[in-house]
Ligand binder design. Structure first.
Ligand SMILES: [Zn+2]
Length: 656
């Protein structure tokens, strides 16, 4: 049996040969990949020649190819299309990968060689510095006893993260709300009801209707279901998710604190922030403090308006419903009536791709001959204005039971001048498939957002793989993606994609105006639910020392002044996958931190004539192409000509 991971892909752009990959290929490829990588690292560490940039840093950049090939494909599948077999392998392999990483970072001979390397080339100095920082943060300066404890902590943490993710997926599927009678679904459209019936049938519940759960607390159906008791059922199903994770997360939080202490930090947040653009926990706290009071005041004002509309004090499961009513009354906007203007393929091609064409001159050619990892995955070849090839873009837009919740971008092949690889990236969304698939405006916005990450990967023009594309600090990575959201509401882009899926009629101009106006409504809610999740993440990684998860969560929200019963956090602790299983621990603040840069950049585009090729080229060359190869804030300053200002963000969110 030949294992497709053991040789470079022969497909265009080194697209992984998904059609040949079987589950039984993973474990042998991981084992072989780790062994090869260790042998390469040992050869570098024991090289008798004096340490140079080429024989040490560059050699490390080239090492571990097989391991990288299998890891990328495996973790992509574990997130997008998992199976019981994949879950088993994940449980087995993640602790081994953690141990593998430690055995490299804690290799004393290798670390000594890195410290001996000298170079005058700025990009090489930046990379060398990056390596030294990585090694120190992984424990290279600790004594042997401390290193042994660190290895044990990392191994346990990797297993806990996998368990968290698997429990959450199982519980999210389990807690989908089954409805016996269509009459309880009043408020939903006939298409939506048919979709719920179809979903139920797919999961063996013929004749019933199944409301599946999306990752955040707020469930889309809550804005339209008129049956209040069903709304409450759906809301409770959502907020009760992940009960099996309560014990896991307290363990994770304690281990993270212990690891931070070993490395000389008071807590995990301090450890994380030392390597972010924000720099210190104080800088983050200072910013959050500015936002909480005005955001809560806004949410309370909104709640009054909703209660006036409802005629009674509202609960969390009423908010979206009455917000929709107020929106309809104030702006004469019916969210459901807008969906026919947001057909998925049109939004993608005439919206997302069109904006990238106008700004950057990109063209997209669908390649049905190239196979993704699931029948739903579509592949496009992306080319520059002069026709030169740029990379591949894969789109995996639909929800399924085997996919984790949320939306994200993955890099399947990292661009690098050193390896000669061009980028291959994938966007994952969770849009319920329809005939045709009609989206909410939030989903449209998410599609533009994720494509902003995709552009960051596709435009990468760096020499070293370590710096490729989105390899930037966590609190910077959401910046390019949020900037790309601005094109979703740009008049020329919107007019191009928002057309009725049956008639082809453009969305009427006055409806567009009202929709844009209505976007400003409910910002208090959106900001508070986000801040509540952020402060929860923050509390877990600064204050937590022990005790049960529920009690800690309640106290943390109260302490932050964010315990509004009608505005629950965007994620409660037990299903907050970002911070327990996705690398956003003490990093959920990143979205609003990046949004400062985003709002300031939107102003830059506006000041400079908006949607033009010139503006696109400036943003691409000074920012998107840089990846992690330069100091991110210096790249921002080079682009903007000054430090970022917070005022555009405050204005946008109604917080001035
Ligand atoms: Zn993002």
């Amino acid at each position: 049996m030949t294992n497709p991971f053991l040789t470079p892909s022969a497909l265009p752009y080194r697209l992984p040969p998904f059609a040949e990959i079987r589950e039984e290929h993973y474990v042998p490829a991981f084992e072989r990949g780790m062994a090869e990588h260790l042998a390469e690292v040992d050869a570098i560490a024991s090289d008798p020649a004096p340490a140079t940039f080429a024989n040490t840093v560059e050699a490390l950049e080239r090492a571990g190819e097989t391991l990288q090939r299998v890891s990328i494909v495996f973790f992509n599948q574990a997130g997008s299309d998992t199976t019981p077999g994949i879950q088993e392998i994940q449980k087995e392999i993640t602790p081994k990968l953690a141990a593998h990483g430690d055995s490299i970072h804690l290799n004393a001979a290798l670390y000594a060689r890195l410290k001996a390397v000298r170079t005058d080339v700025p990009e090489e100095q930046w990379l060398l510095q990056r390596y030294l920082t990585d090694f120190v943060r992984a424990g290279a300066e600790l004594d042997e006893g401390q290193q042994a404890r660190l290895r044990a902590i990392n191994e346990e943490l990797s297993g806990l993260a996998t368990s968290f993710q698997q429990n959450l997926l199982a519980d999210t599927n389990e807690r989908a709300v089954a409805v016996d009678d269509a009459s309880a679904l009043d408020g939903l459209s006939a298409d939506e009801i048919a979709g719920l019936r179809e979903t139920a049938a797919q999961r063996g519940l013929d004749g019933k209707y199944l409301i599946t759960l999306v990752l955040p607390t707020g469930q889309p159906v809550l804005s339209s279901l008129t049956d209040r008791s069903l709304r409450e059922r759906v809301h409770r199903a959502s907020t009760g998710r992940g009960a099996a994770n309560a014990g896991l997360i307290t363990r994770i939080a304690r281990l993270r604190r212990e690891r931070a202490n070993l490395l000389g930090y008071r807590n995990h947040a301090e450890f994380v922030l030392a390597d972010q653009t924000a720099g210190t926990t104080g800088a983050v706290t200072e910013m959050l403090d500015k936002l909480v009071t005005p955001a809560v005041a806004n949410a309370r004002r909104e709640q009054e308006a909703l209660e006036e509309q409802a005629g009674f004090p509202i609960e969390a499961w009423d908010w979206a419903f009455y917000a929709e009513k107020v929106r309809q009354a104030r702006y004469d906007i019916d969210s459901a009536a807008m969906r026919p203007y947001f057909e998925l393929n049109r939004v993608l091609v005439d919206g997302v791709f069109h904006a990238a064409h106008r700004l950057y001159g990109l063209s997209f050619t669908e390649r049905p001959d190239l196979i993704g990892y699931h029948p739903d995955v579509r592949v496009w070849e992306v080319a520059n204005e002069d026709g030169s090839p740029l990379g591949l873009f894969l789109g995996d837009f639909h929800a399924r039971a085997s996919k984790r919740g949320g939306a994200w971008m993955n890099s399947l092949v990292h661009q690098s001048g050193l390896t000669g690889h061009r980028p291959v990236v994938v966007n994952n969304l969770n849009i319920v498939k329809g005939e045709p698939t009609l989206m909410t405006f939030d989903e449209v916005n998410t599609m533009f957002h994720e494509f902003g990450h995709a552009l960051h990967g596709l435009f990468s023009d760096v020499r070293f793989p370590r710096f490729s594309g989105t390899s930037v600090p966590r609190d910077f990575v959401e910046y390019p993606s949020q900037v790309n959201e601005m094109w979703a509401t740009h008049p020329e882009i919107l007019a191009n994609y928002a057309r009725h899926h049956e008639t082809g009629e453009p969305m009427p101009g006055e409806l567009v105006d009202r929709m844009l106006e209505a976007q400003k409504f409910n910002q208090g809610f959106a900001t508070v639910e986000y801040l509540a999740a952020t402060l929860l993440d923050w509390a877990w990684h600064t204050d937590y020392e022990g005790g049960d998860a529920e009690t800690f969560e309640v106290a943390a929200l109260r302490g932050a002044g964010l315990d509004l019963p009608a505005v629950p956090p965007r994620y409660r602790s037990t299903y907050f996958a970002h911070i327990w299983a996705s690398g956003y621990a003490a990093g959920y603040y990143s979205y609003i931190w990046s949004e400062v840069l985003d709002a300031d950049t939107v102003d830059w585009f506006t000041e400079n004539g908006g949607l033009t090729r010139e503006n696109g080229d400036v943003f691409r060359s000074r920012l998107l192409s840089k990846g992690g190869s330069a100091d991110p804030m210096e790249a921002f300053r080079a682009f903007r000509g000054r430090d970022p200002r917070i005022e555009p963000l405050l204005e946008r969110r109604g917080l001035l």
